[in-house]
Design a protein around this ligand. Sequence first.
Ligand SMILES: NC(=O)C1=CN([C@@H]2O[C@H](COP(=O)(O)OP(=O)(O)OC[C@H]3O[C@@H](n4cnc5c(N)ncnc54)[C@H](O)[C@@H]3O)[C@@H](O)[C@H]2O)C=CC1
Ligand SMILES: N[C@@H](CC=O)C(=O)O
Ligand code: NA
Length: 435
Amino acid sequence: MTDVLRVALAGLGTVGAGVIKLLDANRELIERRAGRPIEVVAVSARDRSRDRGVDLSRFAWEDDPADLAAREDVDCVAELIGGADGSALALARDTLAAGKSFVTANKAMIAHHGLELAEAAEKAKVALKYEAAVAGGIPVIKGLREGAAANEITSVYGILNGTCNYILTEMEAKGSDFADVLAEAQRLGYAEADPTFDIDGIDAAHKLAILASLSFGTALDFDTVATSGIRRVIAEDILEARALGFKVRLVGTAEAAGGKLFQRVHACLVPRDHPLAHVAGSLNAIVAQGNFVGRLFFEGAGAGEGPTASAVVADLIDIARGEYGPAFAMPHARLTQAEAIEAGDRRGRAYLRFTVHDRPGVLAEITAAMRDANVSIESMIQRGGAEPSEDSDDVVSLIIVTHEGPERCVIDALERLKGAQSLAGEPMLMHILDL
Ligand SMILES: NC(=O)C1=CN([C@@H]2O[C@H](COP(=O)(O)OP(=O)(O)OC[C@H]3O[C@@H](n4cnc5c(N)ncnc54)[C@H](O)[C@@H]3O)[C@@H](O)[C@H]2O)C=CC1
Ligand SMILES: N[C@@H](CC=O)C(=O)O
Ligand code: NA
């Protein structure tokens, strides 16, 4: 072990610049905690001249991040570029093959290639660490992999995307428009380079797949995460949800039972008294249910410069201390393959918003589809609209909340309504959180 942990940073954006600032600000404290200094020796990014609020002149510069792995003065590489493949993945492979430890904030890469990288790290007897990749500053990877390691975990779920949570809570608090709030989340550095990853639920799905593997000891399985985002949530849904006693949140849910695995990311209605309903702004929160520890609740900043840098540097401190354990719940060869549970096999309650023509017979058509699909209606609200008439062009919203039942019945009802005369738009379905 060298006297100093010599680090190379690839990527100097929100997170990379944050890591340099944190290492500068907390230098002495980090050295005492890590047992040796942690020094950045080399960096790489696309634009050398950009002002990032940090002095880069003290570091060696590489135009190509791939060259960082081979440098003799580097013990460990932190990849803060992003992207599942491309330069980030090449750098991960090269670093581990060179027998050096690797830290990343890149959930897309870990969700897609985590097992391959874990195997490479085990082979090289070095560390692969990715605390920042899930829920930014919240130490949930460590919490689950180490703190809860003695438990059988049966469910793990939570708010995993700061951008979506920021958008939903701003829409809720200020009645702001989706597009304006997204622009602000981008300005604050929460959003991914491609913000569709945030708003379409893909970023949360990456994180959920990682949490599921860590929690259940199953092999990473991003492809079977049923994923949808918040693009179709409108202000009216938020208002109706509030009137019904709920908040709208993008929730990732993973459950394991009998060797089977269920993973879903979706906008859902969270009961007002559930801890997740109080998670606001760019905060994230994760709930895990262990058979001995009971319910664990992790909450904190899931995105942004400082919190994400905090997680990256925590990983560097672990490496400086020589703490190298397996990247996932156990050595990669011991992870099990789980069969995916279809969403329709679950039971639950649902919120449905239909945009309907304000004409006689509309209710009958919709409720008949519900009856034929065996969906039991708990409540129904229709707002606005003048006197209904055969030739009305008015459209109104019809909100239905179902009783608990098989989810496949609700899907069946919506299938039956495809192309129905009554509908003036695509129905909106949100499940109601029941965990
Ligand atoms: N911003 C946040 O709040 C969080 C980000 N992350 C993850 O951290 C990583 C970095 O995110 P940000 O700092 O927000 O991104 P960013 O877009 O602000 O910065 C990316 C950096 O990588 C550099 N880069 C891009 N392609 C490159 C290439 N081919 N070669 C060399 N440098 C290259 C860019 O020049 C830039 O310096 C991503 O994986 C992201 O998902 C994780 C948690 C939170
Ligand atoms: N874009 C992500 C950043 C952290 O992972 C988010 O908004 O949560
Ligand atoms: Na984290």
